[in-house]
Write a protein that binds this ligand. Sequence first.
Ligand code: NCD
Length: 306
Amino acid sequence: MLKGRSLIEPGNFSLEETESLFSLAEKIEDDEQYLRESCRGKLLATLFFEPSTRTRLSFEAAMLRLGGSYLGFAEPGSSSAAKGESLADTIRTVSCYADAIVMRNPKEGAALLASRYSTVPVINAGDGGHHHPTQTLTDLLTIKRLRGEIKNLTVGFCGDLKFGRTVHSLAKTLARYENIRLIFISPEELVIPEYITRQLQKQKVPFTETRNLEEAMPRLDVLYMTRVQRERFFNEEDYIRLKDIYVLNGEKMATGKNNLIVLHPLPRVNEIAVEVDNDPRAAYFKQAKYGMYVRMALLASILGVI
Ligand code: NCD
């Protein structure tokens, strides 16, 4: 169904297609042998023009676990981008070598542009402060695995909602599920972009905006913490002023529901105190593992081996 398709933003896949990826990822998690070797002979290009730990390594691990191989670069300084090559030319070239391309780039819209020049599917692993659709697949699979279903939830997003691409992709996608309420918790300077809130209004998804994490805490079923995106700030002073504005600690966790799930796309800086890691409601490292399963499901699907 997804064979040959690109994933630039979460809306590219229907709800049914997204759900089919979750079922596949669940099968892979339950049976480590399932789809092993299914991508033998296939090559994935991982082009990372921005730093990454989880996204790149989970894609590479996913490809290796499926029996395929990968090639690429983890920083643009080692590619011809450093000599001034355009993204279009890089993509035209790489699509001669690989069966699919995963790309992270600091420019909003870069993945869409890449998909226009590529002859193979392109997966957006983050384009600037815009979208990060495979993180959304990861986040939703984690919620599904831990709660059984994705509906009837109050989800709080906390931190840098302006530049946080994982927030934009997840909020837009949650709007497609039943009975979802969103609470956006951020300082004035880092509020959720209007193009997201306008869409939520259009879809009649109830949401509120607040500055206060303490006040929101007891109402939440899912708390999605994010780091302040230093690399997207225009000046360091603003970053320093805002970076520690929210810190989730044991005291705040004590006011949360017993079945709360705390998610974070990671990397964490200071926004979740290390003491929270031992709380059974902290799910961010499990989330990182689900990211690999769902990327295995995605690669097997778009490469057409399933
Ligand atoms: C996120 C990203 O790159 O947007 N990281 C990730 O892929 N898990 C979040 C972040 O960098 O803060």
